[in-house]
Write a protein that binds this ligand. Structure first.
Ligand code: 2AM
Ligand code: CA
Length: 257
């Protein structure tokens, strides 16, 4: 694949989509619920995904798009080049707060993640990684993650669904420096990537919530697995734990089933 061309266009499209999302702050959103009253989708989620589908079809005929709103191909394997997109990660925040949401995009080839973009629209921060070349935020290199950071020296990110399913997570929270949560998986991943938090645990995330975050975190030396420590299959929904290496081990060994 032509990484340079993909990278150039991906950045262009993300910025164009973000501009439209910001303009929508002034307009009335069209909001629907999905699996429940707090699982929302807006016209901006759909329009953003439709924009990427159109652009990718036009510029990369062979590539497929695997997106949250299901506007493109039905993806049941990761053969060839697949763009994994969450047009708005943190839709509830987008609707309620107009902050703490992102456009999350990853480009995989034959199941391997090569490029990752997480654009925190309100903070105007573009996190980026290319496999084997490190990670940046707004072009500035992000230092590798701290290999020796312990649970007691770190903030922990977890949501109520994970503490309900795995109550022992509360014990880990008590040992840690405290609990934090944005409500947008991609941005929780970036907190861990940058050392602002030591770990993030979630009971149920979709591939588009974590595809880009996983590439960025792994590029910086962090660990991403299911909560039982197993590898993540990027076609399936499931639990996720992302953490600095020592904290990942501590959580798996002492605080998770
Ligand atoms: P979304 O905003 O794209 O829906 C909130 O804790 C995080 O979990 C967000 O990243 C949100 O993504 C994701 N999320 C919310 N509901 C979900 C669901 N039913 N399945 C998977 N992920 C979900
Ligand atoms: Ca979404």
């Amino acid at each position: 694949m032509d990484i340079e061309k993909i990278d150039y266009l991906a950045r262009l499209w993300i910025m164009e989509a973000a501009t439209k999302i910001k303009q929508s702050f002034k307009e009335t959103l069209d909001i629907d619920t999905k699996s429940g009253r707090n699982d929302l989708v807006t016209n901006m989620d759909k329009e953003t995904e439709a924009f990427f589908v159109k652009q990718i079809k036009e510029h990369f005929k062979e590539h497929r798009l695997f997106g949250e709103e299901g506007m493109s191909d039905e993806v049941t394997d990761l053969n060839g080049v697949v763009w994994i997109l969450d047009p708005i990660d943190g839709t509830l925040n987008f609707v309620e707060q107009q902050r703490d949401f992102s456009i999350s995009l990853a480009i995989y080839q034959d199941g391997i993640g090569y490029l990752a973009y997480i654009y925190d629209v309100e903070r105007d921060e573009l996190y980026f990684a290319e496999k084997g070349k490190g990670a940046t935020v707004n072009g500035k290199s992000i230092p590798k993650m701290n290999k020796t950071m312990d649970l007691q020296d770190a903030l922990l990110i977890a949501n109520l669904s994970v503490t309900k399913k795995f109550p022992t997570v509360w014990e880990a929270v008590k040992v840690s420096r405290g609990l934090r949560l944005h409500g947008a998986a991609s941005l929780e991943y970036m907190d861990v990537a940058t050392g602002r938090a030591g770990a993030y645990l979630s009971a149920n995330l979709a591939p588009w919530d974590i595809a880009a975050g996983k590439i960025i975190v792994e590029e910086l030396g962090g660990i991403v697995t299911r909560i039982d420590g197993s590898e993540i299959n990027m076609l399936e929904k499931g639990s996720s734990i992302v953490a600095a290496p020592k904290i990942h081990q501590t959580l798996i060994d002492n605080y998770l089933p």
